[in-house]
Design a protein around this ligand. Structure first.
Ligand code: MN
Length: 161
């Protein structure tokens, strides 16, 4: 049927419910993914894409959950991370500093800054991470960069693997 309404039907329903009955943090119609599809430079971490450039939005909002003692990859890139911790406990390396984090701390990772998230040994770490939809690929440290980072003993003890 022809229509004068030019607005396309939205792909995302107005409300998707939080699944309070699930053990982890899960939402209706939000698939659970592996954090990254390849590599051994991270451990015990899942990714859910909550909002993905919907209707021209320029940002993507993801929820990551790291199991106890797990970690994200040590990396840097031009795009920024805006993070809100939602559950558990852990630490984050941002640049040269390691910080304890817990709900509802905010973490800002500036452009081109080394970062790695780690869950506590006895608690998961769950957080929202806001990024631009169009963003550069993360870069892992070269052997030389890793050596330079590890000159700081606190960083040497923190980074994984
Ligand atoms: Mn990153």
């Amino acid at each position: 049927m022809p229509s004068s309404d030019q607005t396309a039907p939205p792909d995302t329903p107005p409300v998707r419910r939080f699944r309070a009955d699930e053990p982890g943090f899960r939402w209706e119609d939000v698939p659970l993914h592996a954090y990254k599809s390849d590599g051994t430079h991270f451990q015990a971490i899942t990714r859910q894409i909550l909002f993905d450039g919907d209707d021209g939005l320029l940002s993507q909002l993801r929820y990551f959950e790291i199991e106890p003692a797990g970690f994200s990859s040590l990396e840097r890139h031009q795009h920024v991370h805006a993070v809100l911790v939602l559950r558990g406990q852990g630490q984050v390396l941002v640049g040269e500093q390691i910080h304890d984090i817990a709900p509802f701390d905010l973490v800002h990772v500036p452009p081109n800054t080394w970062h790695q998230f780690r869950a506590a040994d006895d608690a998961a770490l769950g957080f929202l991470c806001l990024v631009d939809c169009e963003r550069d690929r993360p870069r892992r440290p070269t052997a030389e960069e890793r050596k330079r980072l590890a000159q700081n003993p606190a960083i040497a003890a923190f980074i994984r693997p």
